[in-house]
Design a protein around this ligand. Sequence first.
Ligand code: FAD
Length: 394
Amino acid sequence: AKARVLVVGGGYGGAAAAKYLRLLSDHRLDVVLVEPQAAFVSCPVSNLVLGGSKTLADITVPYDSLRSRHGVTVVKDMVASVDVDKKVAVLASGSQIRYDKLVLSPGVELMFDQVQGLKAAQAEGRVLQAWKAGQETVALRRQLEAMPDGGVYALTIPEAPYRCPPGPYERACQVASYFKAAKPKSKVLVLDANQDVTSKGPLFKKIWAEQYAGIIEYRPQHKAVAVDGNTIKFDFNEDVRADVLNVLPPMRAGQIAVQTGLANANGRWCQVNYLTFESTAARDVHVLGDSIQIAPGMPKSAHMANSHAKVAAAAIVAQLNGWDVNPAPMLTNTCYSFIDARNVIHVASVHEYVAAEKTFKPVAGSGGVSSGPTELEGVYGWNWAQNIWSDTLG
Ligand code: FAD
């Protein structure tokens, strides 16, 4: 029988892994992808839906090509549990799937219990996160539209590491660009648990001071610990009242990874062998994307998840064939941030495997950041999204 790889999660890491496992094995591997969503909705560029220049349809891609072009078996379901000794996964619907290799790319779990009152406020739809793009992104946009001019939108950011270091700062820009055009007396309050802006800091601060003066206010070292009605409470600072609350709690590896006992770094993230992305907690289980314990300088990004997927897929095909695993994999990353509907800044990096330290490190002199926002980078940023959707799902 054909060897089977079961991929859990059809996001940036999982979908790319499924496609590249089929391509790199010359279609010899049986690849099954389990994903509950009917279509892929991109987190990257989803902040543009909040800004109002894109719709959910613009950032949604079907799974059809994975099935018809690449022969991946896409199953619309959830993996409820995994027995890593028996190598069997049980789906929420009750059926079982046996595997030779398991790939988990379940993204992040939002740790609602770390912010008192947040779980209830979220369940009632009062305080949204929209940190997984979809209907919640649209619901948050509606809250912003319903807010009167002169209102306050408050965005809280958890301590790093969290999904997408520049994502909250891009979101602040998008909401501010909407307010500037549609309700100019309104404010964006960014309440950051970190010491300072954790990505592209000088660039964002310059843009806030020049383009969004009087709209965006940034307050570092504000760790949200509770929400109560329209009030956010912090560990040390004064309470903040806002009209629209967007509270991002701390994050950890996707729930199925934690539940399977793979989150062996502080109980939050999954340690992997960076040559193969195989878990250090279970054999023949490979973890990708946001769920992993990051190497120095490695962001939790879609571009990184896609890069992890290619290294892991090549390693899995090599292992199943008894070939040597590539001893010197490389990863690349670019994160574009839309500061309004058209102008964009980026940060880029290249990461090499350093065998002596068994980790990835940024290559000295590689990458860099924009000198300032431009419309040309806006074209690059939107094309980056089209390209990665095509590479991951096309
Ligand atoms: P995901 O892409 O979230 O995929 C996880 C998938 O697993 C989901 O589809 C989920 O339904 C599925 N799943 C979970 N549990 C199970 C289960 N038990 N069974 C079956 N399926 C399951 N990155 C960039 O590179 N560039 C950007 O510009 C950028 N902008 C961002 C903006 C925002 C607002 C946000 C929130 C994120 C942004 N990111 C960006 C980060 C990027 O979205 C993530 O890093 C990326 O999605 C990680 O990929 P992943 O495969 O780990 O998780």
